[in-house]
Design a protein around this ligand. Structure first.
Ligand code: SF4
Ligand code: SF4
Length: 777
C-alpha cells in the first residue's frame, strides 16, 4: 500500500527505532527521510499498524507489541510523492496563513510597539517563522527565542542553525534570545520541583523573560505592547482547541497573541517542513512528539523515556533534585525508579520537605494588631515591599525601634518595626487593622514577598508603570508606584515562591478515581462533623475562636482539621497557632451577607482535600441511602474498619448539622430510627460565586483552563460543579448562562450557542483570585 496520511500522524525516523531497540528485529536504512508514521504510540508502515508501544518512563524501557509480522524490512517513505498528492491542501493552508499574518499585522501595527515571532526551536515555530518571513518585511517584525535554560541540546543547536540561516537571508532581521539570568536548576532548589499544580517555571522562564526583554528594548521602564505570532495549534490538546485565534491580554496585559497555524494538524506541519526543506529538530527524529523543556510535569512517560535515553546528561541534574525531593516524601532508595516512572513528583501540592532556606513569615493577630516576624530578608526590604501597599512614612531608628504609617485604601495604619537578633527581617506590628481588612491582606502579602523573594522576576512583569525593580535589591520607585496592587495580588500569598513552598497546601492531592489511596485520613475528624456553630465562631471571631471556645480537646482538634481541609485556616507556627488563609479572610468578609456561598466554597475544597467528602462526591450518585448502604459502599472501597466507620459518622454529621445537607440538598435526613436514610438529591441552585470557584478549582486540578460542559457532566475528570453539587446538564447550563450575565463573563467565558458547550477560563487566574475579583466587582 502507498504511504497514506490519515488523522494526524507524525513521521518516524530511524533514530527513534534505534532508541526503541528495533534495529535487532527490523531492517531499515539510516535515511534522511522518515520510515513510518505513528499516531500516539501506534506505528504504521504503508498504512498498516505494525507496532504498539506500551509503558516505559524516565527509568524503564517500554514494552513492544508487534502487530502482524514481527520481522519487517522498511523502505523510506516517498516524501516527494506524498507532497505531490497533498500539494493543493498545503498550498491553501500556506496562503491562508500568510494572508492572516498580513491582515493581523495591518490591523494591530499602530497599536503595538513590536511585532514578534515567538520561536522555540520546535516544528510549529519553524513553520510560523517561515510564513511570517514571507508575509512581512524583516524590519516589520523580530524573532525572540525563549531559552528556558531547560532546553535540550538539539533545540539549542536548531536555534543556532536557524538564526544563522536567517542572518544570511535577512541581515536586518533582529533574532533575539530572552533568557532568565538564573539557571533553572538553581531556582528548582529554591521553589521546589515544578508540579502540575505549581507551574511556576512557565511564568519565570517563559513569559517573564520575554516581557522583560521587550521592556528593556522599549527603554522607558513601562511594558511594551506586542503583537506576538505564536505556534499554538488546536490539535495539540483539548485545552488549546478552545483558544481563539487572536487573543488580547490573555498571557500578558500588553500582549496580543495571534495563532498563525491554529487549525493545522501536526501532519500538515511536518509536510510543510519537508516541502520548504526547513530544518528538523533532532528531537523529533529521536521520537519526541513535542520538543520542550528537559523535564516538565506535563511530559508523557514516552517523552521522558526518549529524553532519558538520548540526553541523559541533561536529565541528571534535575533527576538529582527529584530524587532528593522523593526522599523527603518518604521514598526509599529501592522505590526511586518507581517514584520517577510514575511521575509522583508531578502531583506535589505543597512545599512539605522543601528547604525554604530560612525564608519564613509568622503572623499573629490580637487586640486589633497584626504582628509579624519575618526571616529571610533585611529590614529595609520589608519596608520596600510595603511601599506597594500605600504611601509610607517612617521615622529613624530609636532605641531599636522605628515607627511609621502606611496610607492605603483610604486608611492610615500605624506600625512599629523592631530590630531583633533572631529575625533578619525583624518584628513588625500594625495597629487598628480590624477596620482595614483589604489593606491588611495586602500588608500580609507584602511581608510574605519580603521573606520569600528570590528575585525570580515575575513581579516586575506585573507592574504596569515600571516602578518595581528587583536587582540588585528590590526597589519601588515611589514617584511611579500607583499602589495598583498588581504585584501583590497576582498570585496567592503575593509571591510565586511562597505559594510553591506553602505547607498549607500539602494535603491537596489530585482527585483520583476509585482506590484506597485516594480516600484516606478518615479518622482525623474522630467522629465529629463540621458544625454550623463552629464555622460561625471562626467567621465572626477569627482564629482567636479556636483557642477560646468551650469545645473539648477532641472536638477542637476535629474543628481545626475541617477548617484546614476547607482551606480557611493555615498553621503559622508550631503549637496550634493559626491564621486565616486568603480564602478564609475573603469568606469572613462575606459570611454575614452570603453564608450559603461560604458553605458552598468550603464544600468544594473539602471535595478536593477531604478523603471522606471526596469519596462521597466521587462514588455516591444521587439517591436514597441508609447508613448501612453507605457503609457497605465505603467499606467495599476503603475496607471494613474503624477508620471507615469514623469517617462515615463524621460525614453524616457534617450533612446533618450544616446547610450542605438541606440547603444544598447533598444529604437530606429522611425517616427515623433504623429506617432513617440520607437522600442525596443535589441540583440546588448554586450561586455565581460558588460556580465560579468550582470551575476554577476544577481548572487548577486539571492544569487546563478550557473544557466543556460535557466533560463536567460526564465526569471525564473528577470534581467540577456538576459532580460536587449533583447538577444535571440542563441545570449546569442554566447556571452557566446566569454566570455569563455577571461581571465574571470576562474571565469565565461560556460559549453555549450553536451546539457549543465550551468554557474558557482566564489562564493563570487562580480560584481564590477569581473569587476575590468577582466579589469585589
Ligand atoms: S516576590 Fe515576586 S519576584 Fe520575588 S520571588 Fe516572589 S514572585 Fe518572584
Ligand atoms: S505593580 Fe502597582 S503596586 Fe506594584 S510596584 Fe507596580 S505600580 Fe506599585
Amino acid at each position: 500500500m502507498a504511504d497514506v496520511v490519515v488523522g494526524a500522524p507524525r513521521p518516524v525516523f530511524w533514530e527513534e527505532l534505534d532508541l526503541l531497540g528495533l534495529s535487532k528485529t527490523w531492517k531499515y536504512p539510516r535515511s534522511k527521510e522518515p520510515l513510518l508514521w505513528a499516531i500516539e504510540r501506534r506505528y504504521y508502515y504503508r498504512g498498516d499498524p505494525v507496532l504498539d508501544v506500551h509503558g516505559g518512563g524516565m527509568t524503564s524501557a517500554p514494552t513492544l507489541e508487534f502487530l502482524g509480522k514481527r520481522k519487517l524490512k522498511l523502505a523510506p517513505i516517498d516524501v516527494a510523492s506524498t507532497l505531490e498528492r497533498n500539494s493543493a491542501t498545503l498550498e491553501t493552508l500556506e496562503n491562508e496563513a500568510m494572508e492572516f499574518v498580513l491582515k493581523t499585522y495591518r490591523r494591530f501595527r499602530k497599536r503595538v510597539d513590536y511585532t514578534v515571532v515567538a520561536f522555540s526551536g520546535g516544528k510549529d515555530s519553524q513553520v510560523i517563522l517561515d510564513i511570517v518571513s514571507r508575509a512581512l518585511h524583516p524590519d516589520q517584525y523580530m524573532v525572540i527565542f525563549t531559552d528556558t535554560t531547560m532546553e535540550l541540546p538539539c533545540t539549542l543547536e536548531t536555534v543556532e542553525r536557524v538564526r544563522e540561516e536567517y542572518r544570511m537571508r535577512f541581515p536586518e532581521l533582529q533574532f533575539l534570545t530572552a533568557r532568565h539570568e538564573t539557571p533553572a536548576l538553581e531556582l528548582w532548589s529554591k521553589f521546589g520541583p515544578p508540579s502540575r499544580m505549581h507551574r511556576w517555571c512557565c511564568s519565570v522562564y517563559k513569559s517573564a523573560p520575554v516581557v522583560r526583554l521587550l521592556q528593556q528594548l522599549k527603554g522607558d521602564g513601562t511594558q511594551a505592547r506586542v503583537l506576538l505570532f505564536d505556534g499554538v495549534r488546536s490539535d495539540e490538546s483539548q485545552r488549546r482547541s478552545a483558544y481563539a485565534r487572536i487573543t488580547a491580554g490573555g498571557k500578558s496585559l500588553t500582549q496580543i497573541n495571534a495563532s498563525v497555524i491554529q487549525l493545522w494538524s501536526s501532519t500538515e506541519v511536518y509536510l510543510h517542513i519537508f516541502r520548504r526543506a526547513l530544518i528538523v529538530n533532532q528531537g523529533y527524529r529521536d521520537g519526541l512528539a513535542r520538543v520542550g523543556c528537559a523535564v516538565c510535569p506535563f511530559s508523557s512517560p514516552g517523552t521522558e523515556r526518549v529524553i532519558a535515553q538520548a540526553y541523559p546528561k541533561v536529565l541528571a541534574g534535575y533527576r538529582r533534585i527529584l530524587e532528593a525531593y522523593a526522599t523527603t516524601q518518604g521514598a526509599q532508595e529501592s522505590d526511586m525508579d518507581m517514584y520517577l516512572n510514575n511521575g509522583d513528583w508531578k502531583k506535589r501540592g505543597g512545599g512539605v520537605g522543601i528547604d525554604s532556606e530560612g525564608s519564613r513569615v509568622d503572623f499573629t493577630m490580637g487586640s486589633g494588631q497584626l504582628r509579624a516576624t519575618i526571616k529571610g530578608c533585611s529590614k529595609n526590604e520589608v519596608l520596600e515591599w510595603l511601599k506597594a501597599v500605600g504611601v509610607l512614612s517612617v521615622s529613624d531608628w530609636h532605641d531599636g525601634v522605628r515607627r511609621g504609617t502606611i496610607a492605603a485604601r483610604a486608611e492610615s495604619i500605624n506600625f512599629s518595626q523592631w530590630e531583633s537578633v533572631d529575625a533578619s527581617g525583624g518584628r513588625i506590628a500594625f495597629d487598628a487593622v480590624a477596620s482595614a481588612p483589604e489593606a491588611t491582606g495586602l500588608i500580609q502579602k507584602a511581608l510574605t514577598k519580603a521573606a520569600y523573594c528570590v528575585q525570580c522576576g515575575v513581579c516586575t512583569v506585573q507592574c504596569p508603570t515600571g516602578a518595581l525593580s528587583l536587582s540588585p535589591l528590590v526597589h519601588i520607585d515611589e514617584a511611579r508606584c500607583e499602589h495598583c496592587g498588581r504585584c501583590l495580588t497576582f498570585v496567592d500569598k503575593g509571591c510565586l515562591r511562597a505559594k510553591s513552598l506553602s505547607t498549607s497546601q500539602a494535603s491537596i492531592r489530585p482527585l483520583g478515581g476509585s482506590g484506597m489511596e485516594s480516600y484516606t485520613g478518615f479518622s482525623r475528624y474522630q467522629t465529629f462533623g463540621l458544625r454550623r456553630e463552629w464555622l460561625d465562631g471562626l467567621m465572626i471571631h477569627g482564629v482567636e475562636w479556636i483557642g477560646a471556645n468551650s469545645l473539648g480537646n477532641r472536638q477542637r482538634d476535629s474543628a481545626v482539621v475541617w477548617f484546614r481541609e476547607s482551606g480557611l485556616i493555615e498553621s503559622v507556627a508550631k503549637g496550634g497557632i493559626f491564621q486565616l488563609t486568603d480564602l478564609g479572610a475573603l469568606c469572613q468578609s462575606k459570611y454575614v451577607t452570603a453564608p450559603s456561598a461560604v458553605w458552598g466554597i468550603l464544600f468544594i475544597n473539602l471535595a478536593h482535600r477531604s478523603g471522606i467528602v471526596r469519596w462521597y462526591v466521587t462514588e455516591v450518585s444521587l439517591g436514597d441511602y441508609t447508613t448501612s448502604d453507605l457503609y457497605q459502599r465505603l467499606s467495599a472501597t476503603c475496607g471494613d474498619n474503624r477508620s471507615s466507620r469514623n469517617g462515615l459518622t463524621a460525614l453524616l454529621n457534617l450533612l446533618k448539622t450544616t446547610p450542605l445537607g438541606d440547603v444544598y440538598a447533598l444529604g437530606v435526613a429522611h425517616g427515623v430510627g433504623r429506617s432513617s436514610s440520607v437522600r442525596k438529591l443535589g441540583g440546588a441552585s448554586i450561586s455565581a460565586a460558588v460556580l465560579l470557584y468550582s470551575l476554577y478549582r476544577y481548572a487548577e486540578e486539571r492544569g487546563s483552563y478550557d473544557f466543556t460542559v460535557t466533560q463536567l457532566v460526564n465526569g471525564e475528570a473528577n470534581g467540577g460543579p456538576a459532580k460536587e453539587f449533583g447538577l444535571s446538564r440542563e441545570a449546569l447550563i442554566a447556571r452557566l448562562r446566569e454566570l455569563s450575565t455577571t461581571t465574571a463573563a470576562g474571565y469565565a467565558h461560556v460559549d453555549l450557542l450553536g451546539g457549543l458547550d465550551n468554557i474558557s477560563l482566564e489562564r493563570g487566574l487562580s480560584a481564590i483570585l477569581a473569587l476575590q475579583r468577582f466579589w469585589r466587582e
